[in-house]
Design a protein around this ligand. Sequence first.
Ligand SMILES: C[S@@+](CC[C@H](N)C(=O)[O-])C[C@H]1O[C@@H](n2cnc3c(N)ncnc32)[C@H](O)[C@@H]1O
Length: 234
Amino acid sequence: MNALTDKTPVVRSYFDAIAGRYDLMNTLLSFGLHHAWKRTTIRAARISGAMRVLDVCGGTGDLAALAARRLGPAGSVTLYDFSRAMMCAGRRRARQPRTLHYVCGDARALALKDESVDAVIIGFGLRNLADMDAGLREFRRVLVHGGRLVCLEFSHPAGELLRRFYDLYSYLVIPVLGRLIAGSREAYTYLPDSIREFPPPERLQQMMEQAGFREVACRLLTGGIAAIHTGHKA
Ligand SMILES: C[S@@+](CC[C@H](N)C(=O)[O-])C[C@H]1O[C@@H](n2cnc3c(N)ncnc32)[C@H](O)[C@@H]1O
């Protein structure tokens, strides 16, 4: 990955630009479905008690807040994101649980010790990494043995009819709403483009296995519009 092919600065500038409207756009564009997808993701992560949870690419903190609710006082959630603006937008919105901590940095080189977290969750983040394989290896590095990775990401609708509707919606409606509501057509053109380029479930499962995850599994949500991928560090 060199400076010319690394999309990281552009991606960060998109999230910095839309941070104030990110949550509203999520709810509008997904017709509220992202809330249910996130609750399902947290259930899949089996979070409880004194676990140390890492929410990578945590953004405004929906998953981190849901995770924090499942923890006892000895547990902790670290929300890791390279966009300070996204994290600040989330902090302003919600009452902050004491177990939630913020770190600003790149998910591909986490400033965390080896085997220092019990679960890694990532929602709509993996797609944004310039090198997803490197990201997956990094998530495995910080997990304890037996720790779980749970990745919620957009996927590829299975049925022909849904796929056609989804393509029209993604390419005609989403960029226009992005310009009108969030003030960035570019960020909301990048969104469907990055979803289109994202690997299908079978390929992502292979990538997770190659990164060293075991018992890798996938659950499709809403006809394959999104998917939850899970695996653990043996
Ligand atoms: C689509 S948002 C998802 C936010 C949140 N997880 C959610 O589910 O609503 C993607 C987030 O990933 C962050 N991000 C993208 N690439 C990153 C990287 N390389 N390192 C750290 N954060 C990154 C962005 O700043 C943004 O907040």
